[in-house]
Design a binder for this molecule. Structure first.
Ligand code: SIN
Length: 505
């Protein structure tokens, strides 16, 4: 390690010790599992690291299959009562939970930053994004209507009832340690389901803090359970959560590769599934675009969470006539707006990547691109720990690794194109299709391209589109089902047709 890198790491460690310790969030720091309304031990524990400093910040219960099974059983038992609690009461509990998150936003944000590395301003944003799902689904809980269908028979009535599916296993990633849980659990609890959450091994503390607040909000014992576990125990815990016959539903956010494994496990007992998997978002700038707006959108879309979101722009396609000005303006915006540093520092905008492997992946993609003729305009190297310099590459071609696989890091690879047809062909050449963005001021083109992009979310002249009110879900190998929006609750319901016959005509 170079002296500069060593100094950077040491500065970060000192910053953490001085201003930003986990103790300061003690009221919400929990390190045991949360099962059936109780904090329970596991035979072992595992370390949680601050990815910005490389230091251990806590040790958390390392649950195994026994704890997972106990949580499933507890959820199954609790479901019997929770499904019959009135929608109005379920709504009130979810609303209270959301309000408590707001009251504790500073503590929750500190925990997110410490375990995921996210800059604290973004962590605060995640807390309010996360609470917005509880708030939204507290409202949706009261709007789960069935149907009375006009019957073709005079002596029968046709009713379609919506009923909760039962126990849902919720398996969540580290990049949004709080919001990915509430986006699922909010919908599940609104529907009347009980859940078992398995948070990512890197970020269990946010999940456990949510459990504490769920308790304070009055979520009954067994309705919301959290079973953290280490990377080593993840397969055995995952197996229980995806194969136990008492589990009716699996909702997973993570990589496409893992999603496929879980889908196979779900098949044996025919569980309902929602899968929010990988993306490889195109970001297209057409020649009629407002280039300044496109640069603003690119900055927001690419550098959110240091490039570690499934909807981050991953492939930048820029039409010839605006190619040079886009590159110049984007480079200038990167110099002006991005500051790499520990997430606890108020002026940091780019925290570390989650671990060294993630940083290595970005550097590998950069090296591959340079070896095939790309031009390095900014960054291109690892800075120390898992920090990576925000990187801008020009003259990128579609055969390069960064155009073929998701980066999940602060890399902007820019490809030049000539025609709309060519841009769409590149954009749609991927096997995944989560988000896509484009900038244009041509109304006809806007309709054509919005309809033609093979993705589940489109940003037209907008780089940040996620919100609780809208649907979130991909096509192709990006997943199954949607979260958020009025449709999110349906993922936790089944339709029951009740035919009332023998009625007097
Ligand atoms: C994700 O990266 O999976 C979620 C991103 C978002 O909700 O905007």
């Amino acid at each position: 390690m170079t002296t500069t890198r060593r100094r950077l790491l040491e500065t970060m460690r000192v910053a953490v010790r001085r201003r930003f310790s986990l103790d300061a969030s003690a009221p919400l720091v929990r390190t045991r599992a949360y099962v059936d309304g109780r904090w329970v031990r596991a035979p072992d524990d595992f370390p949680v690291l601050d990815p910005g400093a490389g230091t251990e910040i806590a040790r958390v219960a390392d649950c195994g299959p026994e704890e997972a099974k106990r949580a499933v059983d507890a959820a199954h038992e609790a479901f019997r009562q929770w499904k019959d609690v009135t929608a109005k009461e379920r709504s009130a509990v979810l609303r209270k939970w959301a309000n408590l998150m707001d009251e504790h936003k500073e503590d929750l944000a500190r925990i997110i930053t410490l375990e995921s590395g996210k800059p604290v301003k973004e962590s605060l944003g995640e807390v309010s994004y996360s609470a917005s799902f509880l708030d939204w689904f507290s409202e949706e809980a009261r709007r789960v209507y069935g149907d009375v269908v006009p019957s073709p028979f005079a002596n029968r009535k046709i009713l379609l009832l919506k009923q909760p599916v039962g126990v849902a296993s919720i398996i969540t990633p580290w990049n949004f340690p709080s919001a990915m849980i509430t986006r699922k659990a909010g919908a599940a609890l609104a529907a009347g389901c009980a859940v078992v959450v398995k948070p990512a091994e890197d970020t269990p503390l946010s999940a456990l803090a949510l459990a504490e607040l769920s308790h304070q909000a009055g979520v009954p014992a067994g309705v919301f359970n959290v079973v953290p576990c280490s990377r080593e125990r993840t397969p055995s815990v995952g197996r229980v959560l995806c194969t136990d016959p008492l589990v009716a539903k699996i909702s997973f956010t993570g990589s496409t590769a893992t999603g496929k494994v879980l889908l196979k496990m779900a098949a044996d007992t025919v569980k309902k599934v929602s899968m929010e998997l990988g993306g490889h978002a195109p970001f297209i700038v057409f020649d009629s675009a407002d280039v300044d707006e496109a640069v603003r959108g690119a900055m927001a879309s690419k550098f959110r969470n240091s490039g570690q979101t499934c909807v981050c722009s991953n492939r930048f396609l820029v039409q010839s006539s605006v190619y040079d000005s886009f590159l110049a303006k984007l480079g200038a915006a990167m110099d002006r707006e991005l500051k790499v540093g520990h997430g606890s520092k108020p002026d940091s905008t780019q925290g570390p990547l989650i671990n060294g492997r993630a940083a290595e992946k970005v550097v590998h993609q950069v090296e591959d691109a340079l070896s095939r003729g790309a031009r390095l305009l900014r960054g291109g190297r690892r800075l120390g720990g898992s920090f990576v310099a925000p990187t801008l590459l020009a003259d990128v071609s579609v055969d390069m690794l960064c155009m073929r696989e998701e980066t999940f890091g602060p890399l902007v690879p820019v490809v030049r194109f000539e025609t709309e047809q060519e841009a769409l062909a590149i954009a749609n050449s991927s096997r995944v299709g989560l988000a896509g963005y484009f900038y244009s001021s041509d109304v006809s083109q806007i309709w054509r391209v919005a309809e033609a992009l093979e993705v589940g979310l489109v940003g037209v002249n907008e780089g940040l589109v996620s919100t609780a009110e809208a649907s979130f879900g991909g096509v192709k190998e990006s997943g199954l089902g949607v979260e958020g929006s009025k449709y999110g609750v349906d993922e936790y319901l089944h339709l029951k047709y009740v035919c009332m016959g023998g009625l007097a005509g």
